[in-house]
Ligand binder design. Structure first.
Ligand code: BGC
Ligand code: NOJ
Length: 810
């Protein structure tokens, strides 16, 4: 069943009922000011950091689900309704939510009145605009009231939801005409405030939640609306909100537009005040002047649309498969941008106060983002590397605002260092900008320790070399990519953190997966050494890589597939000898994509075993059989009920690893089949089973051992976005950025047909037409670049050429 449809021309997903199986959300904002908005106007805003600078309040775990947001109430006669349906849930005569790229648009009709609400964050400013247009579609004049409502958060979102003994006394506001300022803690150490304004003279306002909604009333039936209007309350402590009341009269056919702005502003310390205890409103007034005219708002929206259209032109495919086209050209790239911006901080499943930026997550997010805005990726690499320690290990997470490593979780995730090589290599492949390796970057943000970025990569590489276990495989530490495989944890106390309990470095437990990573990214490291003229270093690195490859093939091989790990007692994990968790997806995907076992036939075997033991109709499970009880020696992985999350769920993140691995072996049909199974556009029809948004990937789909097999969870913020984009764009469609140029290496199903990719690359536009007259699955037999045939599959870069017409014949 579907709950909407794709409008590819408009780059939108159109939701046609508010009763989606879960809130289906969108993100507004590309730079510093961000909002989450659901298809019923739920969500919240923050500036840069969802924990430290939360602007509006949201209630996770609330009921009804998704019940705080930015709401507009329309009181028309006896009926009060919302354009986004929530919170009144008044049945609408028409409802539509169009989630677009960086904006959401709601259209609703009730009793002859139409509301059109457009929400977006302008590109260059720290505010969200809500443009509300009301049209009288009835035959008679209409007089009605509009109420706006936002609830402020007292900045630190965690403190806001826990420290009531203080917070209920600190709230402060100022009111200046139609603008309500939220200035809690401004009197002391903060020099920022938020504001909510409308470009009309309001007929009333409230700034106290108790006055507007009421102490014992639900948001669906605010006291002020039921009792005849706003009360003019001035919040002092308790719960500061901003609500406007507007009286509107429309003749038949007449429309009226209101522009609401929710903004954030900062003042220099010495210019905080306009008068004693009166905040300096100049920055807010500047924003309001810009956006509270129809021309200003329209221009900002047009600019946002043009910005995105231009970005998305960087990779555009025209194939016979419209679902591939829509995912590649629109939604997958969009999700990559969002994951790059948010890491794992703020979504409907990440509360914004938990994880901040992940080291490994951010490095991988780069893969799908770097072609969009390489300069931002460059800065991100430097920020991430700045949280590395001198021994090559790294903080597992850091806070976006301070860019400081998060000491609560610390380090010891032994895959982290290698992801830094991976992210940097992806950046250089895209841009050819080797100069990043010379950037001076500190360890643990201590400027006194600055060294060139290249030295950070060396430390990453050497960290693995120096931390091997008894079989010569990398030690796993707290965990590798699979945060839940905690082999050194041994937690038997409820509530204890699996991530930080136990010694971070066990000398025995080893990871085959990190072995695969080391082979894959160790080769990149060796190439970078060679490029710097460090030939001995490059050679030594390759010797280490080959040694690891042999170790994985021997100590990491189980007979029919790659082992997952050795635990702290040296016992096998992910072996046919195990009672449960006999086979894991990660080493099969990663070792084969690293090229391990290809010539020995082990790669073929491993992938057949995946198909045999892990495949389901909704994707490949992370392991099988799922663990049926808790294993002290394995940790969190066995804490989940069978079929969920890391315990046998379909982890969408590593499905593309297997798909890429299949392309390494030339299996185009199978690679594409794997791609389709988790790809949102292909499973739109089962939205009632899948539940999460049909336009973005979820982290996990419940596996076949779960009660709700096929149900998605944790949509949006997942490394799946980047890896699926890498898979489809580079390995299946085969347009792969390499150090010396674009490599054309498609691997498609026999009947995929010819297709064309437009690709922006190093300042030039490439138009690449790929035909497949012999219906093969892999390989280019003829490559013509600007009319000249070239040998091999690399498009050589010619100085000064900005347009490449490429013909590739498979
Ligand atoms: C989740 C993992 C996640 C980890 C982060 C676990 O509870 O299952 O997916 O990586 O938390 O701390
Ligand atoms: C989600 C985490 O963000 C990511 O870092 C981890 O690799 C996966 N879960 C698997 O555990």
């Amino acid at each position: 069943m579907k709950f909407g449809y794709f409008d590819d021309k408009a780059l939108e997903y159109v939701i046609t009922t508010p009763r989606t199986p879960l809130p289906w959300i969108n993100y507004l904002g590309c730079n510093d000011f961000f909002s989450i908005v659901s298809n019923t106007c739920g969500g919240y805003s923050f500036y840069k950091d969802a924990k430290m600078l939360r602007i509006t309040r949201y209630r996770y775990n609330s009921m009804p689900l998704d019940s705080n947001g930015k709401y507009y109430y329309i009181q028309d006669g006896d009926v009060t309704w919302n354009p986004g349906w929530q919170p009144t849930q008044t049945p609408l005569d028409f409802y539509e939510c169009r989630h677009g790229i960086g904006y959401s648009r709601f259209t609703a009709k009730k009793n002859g009145l139409k509301a059109d609400l457009l929400n977006f964050v302008p590109l260059h400013d720290t505010c969200e605009l809500n443009r509300l247009t009301l049209t009288n579609e009835s035959e008679a004049p209409k007089s009605f009231k509009v109420f706006s409502y936002v609830e402020f958060c007292l900045w630190n979102a965690l403190d806001d939801m826990t420290n009531f003994q203080r917070n209920l006394s600190t709230g402060e506001v100022e009111i200046d005409g139609a603008t309500i300022y939220h200035k809690t803690e401004y009197r002391e150490r903060r020099n920022h405030y938020a504001f909510f304004s409308v470009n009309a003279k309001p007929d009333g306002f409230d700034t106290s939640r108790d006055a507007f909604i009421g102490i014992y009333s639900p948001a669906s039936a605010p006291d002020a609306i039921r009792n005849g209007g706003c009360t003019g309350s001035v919040a002092s402590g308790w719960y500061p909100v901003a609500a406007h009341e507007l009286h509107v009269t429309l003749t038949p056919g007449e429309s009226k537009t209101f522009l609401f702005v929710l903004g954030y502003a900062e003042n220099p310390k010495d210019r905080k005040w306009e008068a004693p205890n009166v905040i300096n409103k100049a920055p807010a007034r500047r924003l309001l002047a810009k956006y509270q005219t129809t021309e200003g708002a329209d221009a900002a929206f047009a600019e946002l649309k043009a910005y995105w259209e231009n970005l998305l032109e960087g990779y555009h495919v025209e194939s016979r498969d419209e679902k591939v086209n829509r995912m590649v050209n629109i939604w997958n790239q969009y999700q990559c941008m969002v994951t790059f911006n948010m890491s794992r901080s703020a979504s409907y499943y990440e509360s914004g106060i938990g994880r901040g930026m992940g080291f490994r997550d951010s490095c991988q997010d780069l893969f799908g983002f770097v072609h969009l805005i390489p300069e931002k990726a460059r800065q991100r690499i430097i920020d991430i590397a700045s949280t590395q320690f001198e021994d090559g290990s790294a903080y597992h997470q850091y806070q976006p605002l301070t860019r400081r490593g998060n000491a609560d979780i610390g380090s010891g995730f032994n895959d982290d260092p290698l992801w830094l090589i991976a992210g940097t290599a992806a950046y250089i492949r895209e841009t050819g900008d080797f100069s990043i390796l010379d950037e001076s970057v500190p360890f643990d943000n201590d400027e006194a320790t600055c060294v060139p970025l290249f030295e950070h990569l060396t430390r990453s590489f050497e960290y693995t070399v120096a931390h091997k276990g008894p079989h010569g495989l990398p030690q796993i530490g707290r965990a590798d990519w699979n945060d839940c495989l905690n082999l050194n944890c041994f937690s038997d106390t409820p509530g204890e953190s699996f991530q930080t309990t136990g010694p971070s470095e066990g000398p025995i437990a080893e990871s085959v997966f990190i072995g695969g990573m080391f082979v894959r990214y160790g080769k990149d490291y060796a190439k970078l050494c060679a490029h710097r003229g460090l030939l001995d270093k490059a050679k030594a690195a390759m010797t280490e890589v080959q040694k690891m490859e042999q170790t994985v093939l021997s100590a990491g091989w189980d007979g029919e597939w790659f082992l997952r790990a050795y635990d702290a007692k040296g016992q096998k994990v992910g072996s046919h000898e195990c009672e449960e968790g006999k086979i894991f997806i990660e080493p099969q995907g990663f070792c084969v994509l690293a090229g391990i076992g290809v010539k020995e036939g082990k790669a073929e075997k491993a992938l057949s075993s995946v198909e045999k033991h892990l495949d389901t109709k909704y994707g490949i499970r992370i392991l099988a059989p799922s663990y049926s009880h808790y294993y002290l020696n394995l940790g969190e992985i066995s804490s989940y009920p069978p079929g969920y999350k890391e315990n046998g769920g379909i982890f969408c993140h590593n499905n593309p690893w297997v798909s890429i691995a299949e392309t390494v072996l030339g299996h185009g049909t199978r690679a594409f089949d794997i791609y389709k199974k988790t790809c949102p556009a292909y499973i739109e029809d089962i939205s009632e089973i899948h539940c999460t948004e049909p336009y973005v990937y979820s982290q996990m789909v419940a596996g076949s051992d779960a009660k709700y097999f096929g149900q998605g969870k944790n949509s949006w913020l997942t490394g799946t976005a980047a890896w699926t984009f890498v898979n489809i764009s580079q390995h299946i469609l085969g347009i792969c950025p390499d150090y010396d140029g674009l490599r054309i290496d498609p691997c498609v199903p026999k009947g995929f047909g010819s297709y064309t990719v437009s690709r922006r690359f190093r300042g030039a536009m490439y138009r690449i037409h790929i035909s497949n007259p012999d219906h093969v699955e892999k390989g280019i037999r003829k490559l013509t670049v600007n009319g000249k045939e070239v040998s091999g599959n690399l498009i050589p870069i010619t100085e000064g050429v900005t347009k490449y017409e490429v013909e590739a014949v498979m």
